[in-house]
Design a protein around this ligand. Structure first.
Ligand code: ATP
Ligand code: ATP
Ligand code: MG
Ligand code: MG
Ligand code: MG
Ligand code: MG
Length: 238
């Protein structure tokens, strides 16, 4: 049957091999998690259970895919770095992307009850995904620095925003107004003077996100901006 008159349709499937010798980064992100987090009553600004469930799903990806050497997560997203020389699925883009995103998603759903024992899943969550190739270590480091800087900016904003709403009695609209145009130092100041919170003492998990490295898959909440992290782990960029 393989040589049947129908088999020609196979030739419409185009090759999607990723350029050899480049770093592969897979980033996935929760689809419409603004709504998902509302519907499932996530604590704001940071639901620790939800972050831990994301970490667990990422850990399962690292356990299954040994060529993932580094992962970074924040909020509803995770990025995975594959070894530059990986031959996973002959570097076929769709195969790599879809298997990683679906394993992450099924692991998230499978383990949901352990992290949210009191909250039934109301509907099936999904994650989008993309693959980006980087030609050298410089872009890889800058990529992860970019995501961690994003973590910091978002967490800063969300922390002040929810303090204004939950403790300051402002509506969400008013809180956005209050924060419009403010720079980082003003947010620090507002948080400290109005709510007695020193931003720098908030948990590292919230300020720095989650860093998985393949030293027996260790979870860190450490700085990846700057050179120290990378020079201590040369294998990540080999
Ligand atoms: P898109 O489908 O475009 O990604 P989105 O609604 O998922 O849309 P994001 O920019 O990805 O938008 O933002 C994710 C949102 O999910 C955050 O803004 C926040 O409201 C919520 N969220 C994710 N993780 C947590 C968490 N651990 N605690 C509280 N809220 C969270
Ligand atoms: P790949 O990852 O390359 O797709 P695979 O093991 O999934 O590898 P497939 O060619 O997709 O290989 O074949 C799926 C296999 O799964 C079938 O050969 C069969 O053994 C099993 N399978 C799938 N669905 C069923 C089913 N409903 N009942 C029994 N076996 C099934
Ligand atoms: Mg998005
Ligand atoms: Mg999202
Ligand atoms: Mg997101
Ligand atoms: Mg199959």
């Amino acid at each position: 049957m393989a040589g049947s008159r129908y088999a020609y349709v196979r030739t419409f499937e185009l090759p999607d091999t990723l350029l050899p010798g480049t770093f592969i980064v897979v980033r996935l992100d929760g689809h419409a998690f603004h709504r998902f987090s509302d519907e499932h009553a996530f604590a704001k600004p940071n639901d620790e259970r939800a972050l831990q469930l994301m970490d667990l799903a990422a850990r399962s990806v690292m356990q299954e895919y040994r060529d993932v050497v580094l992962a970074f997560g924040e909020s509803d997203e995770f990025s995975f770095l594959l070894r530059r020389s990986t031959a996973l699925y002959n570097r076929r883009e769709a195969k790599i992307l879809t298997t990683i995103v679906s394993l992450f998603t099924s692991s998230y759903v499978l383990n949901w009850p352990d992290y949210f024992p009191e909250t039934r899943l109301k509907y099936a969550p999904s994650f989008d995904g993309r693959i980006v190739l980087y030609p050298s270590a410089k872009e890889v480091k800058d990529y992860f620095a970019w995501r961690q800087a994003d973590t910091h900016i978002n967490n800063m904003y969300n922390t002040v925003f929810w303090a204004l709403v939950q403790q300051g009695g402002q509506s969400t609209k008013e809180a956005h107004e209050t924060l419009r145009g403010t720079v980082s130092s003003q947010k620090h100041e507002l948080l400290f003077s109005k709510f007695g919170v020193n931003y720098n003492t908030l948990p590292d998990r919230f300020r720095k996100g989650s860093v998985f490295v393949r030293e027996e898959i260790v979870l860190l909440h450490c700085d990846i901006i700057g050179d120290a992290f990378w020079s201590e782990r040369p294998y990540v960029l080999e």
